[in-house]
Design a protein around this ligand. Structure first.
Ligand code: F6P
Length: 555
């Protein structure tokens, strides 16, 4: 992989897309009316995911051109390079092998001369055994009591994945074990999450790939001090740390320095990016909450989509098609954002999770050979669960001036089937909910014309305000139910969408140098915040005056 990326803008397919766009007049109403096969032709299955792309600004011509683009940028070759462990994370000279974390135990994958699958399954077995001991109560705290609260301390990929999945899989949780997640270095986070906890029954999982992240180490020290203080002098401090702290990291030497027993540390590998690590030992708190069996099903879901992405021809390959459509919107419709709208309250943190996955991966201005990108790259991902979003920001998606492609996600079966039986009626509330899911994509696609508005007797002066243009692109993703297996599939789907976009743009979707400068400056500025005049004077005048304001007001 030493050659530079193809400059996508020089490909024939890019030129064809530019020409297509010039004469492109989206008309979803006519496209559907004139073509009864449109919905079925543009609906695809990937494992348990049923994905309807038909309400996108997509035509057969466009699809063919996007597929040509994929071919001309070498998407399949790059995908294969990822799956076989080539160092496609060029700027860090690393393989990119989160997909190896979910390979079955009888698979093998040689990376830089070693089969990584046995080590993956050894770590999983160790993590599962530990999770079982905590779940069964066999694992005891220093005073001999079983664990009732697991506090994951981590940030970014060492927080968002387990936290999002813990929320999503609430119906599968152990009834007597609660998880909490401390991530922010804002002391409020630790203070709030520790509030009300019994130290004797609390276990901390310090999760950090590097074990050098300021936030995580600071919070881990705060938690250790809290624990020892609350347990009092009757317990041996080293013993207490041993029984109430475990760690997940690639830096096991640093774990030992913190005082955590290396026996209680779970490793992973530098070929797993932080934002791709929920399926590694970073999922330890989740494995405790939902149990090894559910965690294994979760991994199986990832693997099912990995296999779909790896082996399905691109014209039916859902992550590839969704990634290519995203390129179409970003580069040819100037779409700056992409909404992800789960019609599942349990997925309320899924958009936040996707923000790191997509934006830390594709928010780049240089390509993987160090040259400048030749077109716009990563869009802003955002979202909230429906129907809450409908009563907040959907106005802008329906009638704003920008194109906002949106993914709608829903499940045939609710986690909690409730019936509204008041007033002598019996309404399945999930059906009311899903009616909204179906209605929104219909409204966005087909809109409401001025004639329709007038026909409702609307006063002429407000007709325009009540018109919906339609032709607002959406993808509908459905699955039978939100199970661990399906959640794994959804995450892997977005991982590979992100990968596809990165390949088209020629960027390294697996480094994250853009987070470094702020970290460095925070360390440099810190003495000024604490009153060091010399450091303060070295700052720009705006920063100096902000620090001065802080120091004046801080009581
Ligand atoms: O600063 C960004 C980042 O490096 C993310 O990529 C990562 O997920 C997060 O920090 C946490 O890193 P670590 O797991 O090493 O503590």
């Amino acid at each position: 992989m030493s050659d530079g990326p193809v400059d996508v803008t020089t490909t024939d397919a890019w030129k064809a897309l530019t020409e297509l766009r010039a004469g492109f007049e989206p008309d979803l109403r006519s496209w559907f009316a004139d073509d009864p096969g449109r919905a079925s032709r543009f609906t695809f299955e990937a494992a348990d995911l049923h994905v309807d792309l038909s309400k996108n600004l997509l035509t057969d011509d466009l699809l063919a051109t996007l597929l040509a683009l994929a071919e001309q940028v070498g998407l399949e070759a790059r995908r294969d390079a990822m799956f076989t462990g080539e160092h496609i994370n060029v700027t860090e000279d690393r393989a990119v092998l989160h997909t190896a974390l979910r390979l079955p135990s009888d698979a093998s994958l040689d990376v830089d001369g070693t089969d990584v699958v046995p080590a993956v399954h050894e770590t999983l077995a160790k993590m599962y055994a530990f999770a079982e001991r905590v779940r069964s109560g066999e694992w005891k705290g220093v005073t001999g009591e079983r664990i009732h609260t697991v506090v994951n301390i981590g940030i970014g990929g060492s927080d968002l994945g387990p936290m999002m999945a813990y929320e999503a899989l609430e119906p599968f949780r152990h009834p007597e074990i609660e998880c909490r997640f401390i991530s922010n270095i804002d002391p409020t986070d630790a203070a709030q999450k520790l509030k009300g906890l019994d130290p004797a029954t609390t276990l901390f999982v310090v999760s950090s790939k590097t074990f050098s992240t300021l936030e995580t180490l600071t919070n881990a020290r705060l938690a250790r001090a809290w624990l020892l203080d609350a347990l009092g002098d009757d317990v041996d401090a080293a013993d207490a740390v041993k029984k109430h702290f475990v760690a997940v990291s690639t830096a096991l030497d640093k774990v030992a320095n913190f005082g955590i027993d290396p026996e209680n540390a779970f490793g992973f590998w530098d070929w797993v990016g932080g934002r791709y690590s929920v399926d590694s030992a970073i999922g330890t708190s989740l494995a405790i909450a939902v149990g090894p069996e559910a965690f294994a099903e979760f991994l199986g879901g990832f693997h099912a989509i990995d296999e779909h992405f790896r082996t399905t021809p691109l014209d039916r390959n859902v992550p590839a098609l969704m990634g290519l459509l995203n390129v179409w919107y970003v580069n040819f419709f100037d779409a700056q954002t992409h909404a992800v709208l789960p019609y599942a309250q349990l997925l309320h943190r899924f958009p936040a999770y996707l923000q790191q996955l997509t934006m830390e991966s594709n928010g780049k201005s240089v390509r993987w050979d160090g040259t400048a990108v030749t077109t716009d790259t990563g869009e802003v991902f955002w979202g909230e669960p429906g129907t809450n979003g409908q009563h907040a920001f959907y106005q802008l998606i329906h009638q704003g001036t920008r194109v906002i492609p949106a993914d709608f996600i829903a499940f045939a079966n609710p986690a909690y089937p409730l019936v509204d039986a008041s007033d002598g009626q019996s309404t399945d509330v999930h059906e009311l909910f899903l009616a909204n899911f179906f209605a929104q994509t219909q409204a966005l696609a087909f809109g409401k014309s001025a004639e329709q508005v007038r026909a409702e007797g609307t006063a002429e002066n407000i007709v325009n305000a009540r018109v919906f243009s339609g032709n607002r692109p959406t993808t509908s993703i459905m699955a039978p139910a939100l199970t661990p297996h399906v959640l794994g599939q959804l995450i892997a789907l977005y991982e590979h969408i992100t990968f596809t976009q990165g390949v088209v743009w020629g960027i390294d979707s697996f480094d994250q140098w853009g987070v470094e400068l702020g970290k460095q400056l925070a360390l440099q500025i810190s003495p000024a915040v604490s009153g060091d005049a010399e450091t303060a004077e070295q700052q720009d005048t705006s920063t100096q005056s902000l620090i001065a304001y802080y120091r004046e007001k801080r009581t």
